[in-house]
Structure formats: structure tokens, C-alpha cells
Design a protein. Structure first.
Length: 305
């Protein structure tokens, strides 16, 4: 188990390293970094001075080494717009993104898994067809379109919920539903297919022959064996929620990391963009490691190793 944990930690570090490398070279391939953030009326002499001061005249390998050294120390430079450390700007928005993503994940699990179990238990019935229709719809509808529809109906027409911003629970409802829709559908479909497979196993038929009720069979036998797939799914869904948060935060003007990253791209504030990408990668890696540890706990084969 120790080797398994250490291996996953090293894999996580590699992911963050690759994310840093990708950000560095994408910014360099996009053109002269100085021209990207310097004012349009900056003179050629001033541009040359900025390049020299920031080390952009050095060979690319030297710049890359300096960039990685600073990144390891948590130094991504200062925001050109807010004139303070870029990581500080991003971390300020972290609680809002965690709140939105966490709420969306809870909603996806709380609705998707029971929906999938219902579909599997009532296989072939009208409930199964309805659950499958909801699952397909949840994966087919783009999150930005769903967000706009919710705003038009619940905010503009009915006036029940605020259209944007962060405040009380009422501000969180529509963004969380929008962000969770795709993940909820995926949970429902995976749970359905997993439970149909598990409920057809010999030990389930034996449990039924012993007179155990459906509820006991689902709780004590089926769910534990299906949980391995669901835990793996949760790790993957964190990535989907992170990517989806960038869009959803824009639609609802939710003041999270995704919104500040998009605004920084538009404002050519690439220090903040870099810090946001690295923090997103770190969050995704940490969640994957936690999911892998949980997977090792429920899977005896991995635990024994």
C-alpha cells in the first residue's frame, strides 16, 4: 500500500510539472511576451529595456529554468492589473470555486447515484426509461445554455433567484445545478450499468435465495462492490467540474478562480493565468490522490500490495 501511495504522489508531482511546462511554452509560442502585456504606445527603447530587465533576451532554456525555480518557490510574478502577487489574487478566489465545485459534486452524487440505482432495479420499466432520458439530456445540454435557460426562467420570468454574483444560498442554487448536471448524468449512467452487472452475479442470487430483502442486498452487497467504479468516477469528475467551473462562473458572474482566469486572459495578465492553471492542476492532482487512496481501501487487491 505504501508503494502505491508513493507512486500516486509522484504521479501527481509529474502532472503539476507538465502543467507548468505547458503554460511556459504556450506563452512563449503566443509571441513576444513583452508585446502581450505592454501598452500599445510603448516605445521600442522601453520595450527593449523591459525585455532586458525581465530576462526575455536570455536563451529559452535559461528562461525555463528560472521560471521553474520561481514556480517551485510559489513565485509566479505580480499581477500586471492589480499590482500584487499573482498567486495571492488567485488564492483569494479559491473559496468561491471550492464552494461551487463541492456543492455541485454533492448534488451530482446525491441525485445521480440514486437515479442510477432506481434505473438498474427497475430495469426495463418506465422508471428505467425516464432515468435514462434524464441522463442523456444531462450530458447533451451544454452548461452555458442550461445556465442561460435557468436565468431566463427563475430570475427574469419568476424573479425567484438572483441572476449573478455571490451572496447567500440563493446565489449558489443555479450555478451549482448548472455545474452538476453533466456529472449527475454520468453518475446515473455509470451506476445503472454497474448495478445491472452486480445484481446479475451469483452471490446476489444466493442472497436473494436466503430471503434477504432488496434493500439489504443493495446496501450490504451490491453497493460495496459497485463503489470501486464510483470512486474512480469521482476522481475523473473533479476534472470535469474544474473545467466546467470556468464556463459556469462566467455565465453567473461567480467570483471564483475560473472567472478571474478568463478575465486575466482578456486583460493579458499572464502571471495570474499561470498561477490559476497551476492551482487548478494541484487541486485536480490532490483529489485524484485522495480518490486513489479510497480506491485502495475498498479494493483488497491494492490494499494487500
Amino acid at each position: 500500500m505504501k508503494r502505491y501511495v508513493i507512486g500516486r504522489i509522484f504521479s501527481g508531482i509529474l502532472v503539476i510539472f507538465l502543467a507548468l511546462t505547458a503554460v511556459f511554452f504556450m506563452l512563449r509560442l503566443s509571441g513576444d511576451p513583452v508585446l502581450l502585456f505592454a501598452p500599445m504606445d510603448t516605445s521600442r527603447q522601453d520595450l527593449d529595456s523591459i525585455r532586458e530587465r525581465m530576462g526575455f533576451n536570455d536563451p529559452v532554456i535559461v528562461q525555463y529554468g528560472r521560471f521553474m525555480r520561481d514556480a517551485v518557490q510559489g513565485d509566479f510574478g505580480d499581477s500586471s492589473r492589480e499590482r500584487r502577487p499573482a498567486m495571492e489574487v488567485v488564492v483569494e478566489r479559491l473559496p468561491a470555486t471550492v464552494l461551487l465545485g463541492g456543492t455541485a459534486l454533492v448534488l451530482a452524487i446525491a441525485i445521480g447515484i440514486p437515479l442510477g440505482i432506481l434505473s438498474a432495479v427497475k430495469h426495463g420499466s418506465i422508471w428505467d426509461k425516464l432515468a435514462r432520458f434524464i441522463s442523456v439530456l444531462g450530458q447533451a445540454v451544454p452548461s452555458f445554455w442550461l445556465g442561460v435557460i435557468l436565468i431566463m426562467f427563475f430570475s427574469v420570468r419568476l424573479g425567484w433567484l438572483p441572476t449573478s454574483g455571490r451572496g447567500g444560498i440563493d446565489h449558489l442554487i443555479m450555478p451549482a445545478i448548472t455545474l452538476s448536471a453533466f456529472s449527475m448524468a454520468r453518475y446515473a449512467r455509470l451506476t445503472r450499468s454497474t448495478f445491472i452487472d452486480v445484481l446479475g452475479q451469483d452471490y446476489i442470487r444466493t442472497a436473494r435465495a436466503k430471503g434477504l430483502t432488496q434493500g439489504i442486498i443493495l446496501r450490504r452487497h451490491a453497493f460495496k462492490n459497485a463503489s470501486v467504479s464510483l470512486i474512480t468516477m469521482t476522481a475523473l469528475e473533479v476534472g470535469n467540474l474544474i473545467a466546467g467551473a470556468v464556463v459556469v462562473e462566467q455565465v453567473f458572474a461567480w467570483p471564483g478562480m475560473g472567472r478571474v482566469m478568463v478575465q486575466s486572459l482578456l486583460n493579458r495578465d499572464f502571471a495570474v493565468v499561470t498561477a490559476a492553471v497551476v492551482l487548478f492542476a494541484a487541486m485536480y492532482t490532490a483529489c485524484n490522490i485522495i480518490a486513489d487512496l479510497a480506491y485502495g481501501w475498498v479494493n483488497p487487491t491494492v490494499r494487500l500490495k
